[in-house]
Design a protein around this ligand. Structure first.
Ligand SMILES: O=C(CO)COP(=O)(O)O
Length: 120
């Protein structure tokens, strides 16, 4: 089964929830993991269940990165907030980097996320 990570910064969480609702059928065929707050909100606000890692600022991005390093993920959708600095920026950069190291599909905006879920 396709295993996907879903992550969004606070300003992008509503967009990700709308995306999940719009693509519920396709995403329902996948196993989903996410950072803490993102996973909680998707689980509460959509029909899908997300396995939750720690919250991003507490190491959640690194936990997702470890899954990528183990090649245990088929893709990562990470809606970053491009307009605000994050306290855990090094963790975010590390996650993006490890996706490139393992050639793991990574979408950081909604348009590319739509392509990603059709392609994985
Ligand atoms: O900060 C995040 C990703 O860098 C997301 O973490 P949360 O889903 O816990 O808000």
């Amino acid at each position: 089964m396709t295993r996907l990570a879903l992550i969004a910064h606070d300003e992008k969480k509503a967009d990700l929830i709308d995306f999940v609702r719009e693509h519920e059928t396709r995403l329902g065929e996948c196993s989903l993991v996410g950072t803490g707050t993102t996973g909680k909100r998707i689980t509460e606000e959509t029909s899908l269940t997300v396995e939750r890692m720690a919250s991003g600022p507490l190491g959640g991005d690194m936990m997702i990165g470890a899954e990528v390093a183990k090649e245990a993920l088929d893709g990562v959708i990470f809606l970053r907030d491009p307009l605000r600095a994050q306290p855990h920026e090094p963790d975010i950069t590390a996650l993006l980097r490890i996706c490139d190291v393992h050639d793991t599909p990574l979408a950081t905006n909604l348009a590319s996320a739509a392509y990603l879920i059709e392609g994985v």
